[in-house]
Design a binder for this molecule. Structure first.
Ligand SMILES: NC(=O)c1ccc[n+]([C@@H]2O[C@H](COP(=O)([O-])OP(=O)(O)OC[C@H]3O[C@@H](n4cnc5c(N)ncnc54)[C@H](OP(=O)(O)O)[C@@H]3O)[C@@H](O)[C@H]2O)c1
Length: 290
């Protein structure tokens, strides 16, 4: 039995869909999910998926939620850094108590302790917990979601200027749908060649290139202006983002300015059998006219 955590979240629900598409009887009797609120997963239960309650803040729920599970797809949570690290630690401890045989962890392309990105630091800390947990595991380091480009570029489409603290750093964007496809393939593979997969886009681009491409596609005159980390965090706070998230986003773009999301790996193609979508294809997908 394979279990996906966070199955009422955006990535988790897509992974469950992809697992169901790959398994006989749409995965009925073979897929379980753990969610904080089972009422939100009623549609999954109706399709024969075993819905369990599990909250990473409450370690006592997890050994039960993960009991009888061979393969656990552990979706990283969101929230402030120390909260997330504690949640991931609880999930891994719950898996150990439940006797889970293999964990597939959705990490981050820039998982490094010395990264300026808080998100990266969370994932580096979790990967360290995994390294010593005694459970076989596969790390799936996700590139930046292309799905967030519309939100990132919304103001620029109004004002003509994209302001980010990303310098001239390049990013190899990939979509959630593609990540879900690759993660499901990895989780069902009878054997994997590697312990760590880096799931990135096909090519990497700086934000000046991205706005130029979007400008050409939309007929708008757009330009990119690199700003400082503090200025960007302040802009987000003024737009009512929580302070921790504003800072975490700003530090993520600082990491981008250091080209920490620029690598393009062949791991997606190795798992799926074809390359990920090009940036032009992703821009067409996410900025399609309504
Ligand atoms: N690579 C990237 O660019 C990128 C961007 C954004 C996020 N991420 C990471 O990727 C993860 C998945 O992305 P997403 O788009 O699916 O985000 P999402 O829709 O916000 O999903 C987050 C999931 O985490 C679950 N969760 C939160 N706190 C939890 C807890 N205490 N116990 C158990 N589950 C908990 C949520 O459960 P509920 O459904 O109950 O709320 C939700 O299912 C995020 O959580 C974040 O770590 C990566």
């Amino acid at each position: 039995m394979i279990l996906v955590t966070g199955a009422t979240g955006q990535l988790g629900q897509r992974i469950v869909q992809r697992l169901a598409a790959r398994l006989p009887h749409a995965g009925a009797g073979q897929i379980a999910v753990s969610v904080r609120d089972p009422a939100r997963a009623a549609q999954l239960a109706a399709r024969g998926i075993d819905v369990r309650q599990g909250n990473f803040d409450d370690i006592d729920t997890l050994a039960t939620a993960f009991s009888g599970i061979d393969r656990l797809v552990l979706i990283s949570t969101d929230g402030p850094k120390n909260v997330r690290i504690a949640q991931h630690r609880n999930a891994i401890e719950g898996a150990r108590e439940a006797g889970v045989k293999h964990i597939f962890y959705t990490s981050f392309q820039d998982a490094a302790e010395n990264s300026p990105s808080e998100f990266a630091q969370v994932h580096a800390a979790t990967e360290s917990v995994l390294a010593t947990c005694g459970i076989a595991h596969t790390i799936l380091r996700n590139g930046l979601y292309a799905d967030f480009l519309p939100m990132t570029l919304a103001a620029a489409l109004q004002t003509g200027v994209l302001r980010l603290p990303a310098g001239t750093g390049k990013v190899s964007f990939i979509s959630r749908n593609e990540l879900a496809e690759a993660i499901a393939a990895a989780a069902l593979a009878p054997r994997l060649e590697k312990r760590l997969y880096e799931l990135t886009g096909q090519t990497s681009h700086d934000f000046a290139e991205i706005v130029a491409k979007l400008g050409a596609a939309t007929g708008k005159s757009l330009r990119y202006e690199a700003i400082g980390e503090d200025e960007y965090a302040q802009l987000l706070e003024q737009a009512q983002w929580p302070a921790w998230l504003a800072r975490a986003m700003a530090t993520m773009y600082t990491a981008a300015s250091e080209n920490r999301f620029a690598r393009c790996s062949n791991d997606f193609a190795a798992l799926i059998g074809h390359p990920p979508k090009s940036i032009d294809c992703l821009l067409a997908e996410f900025f399609r006219a309504p």
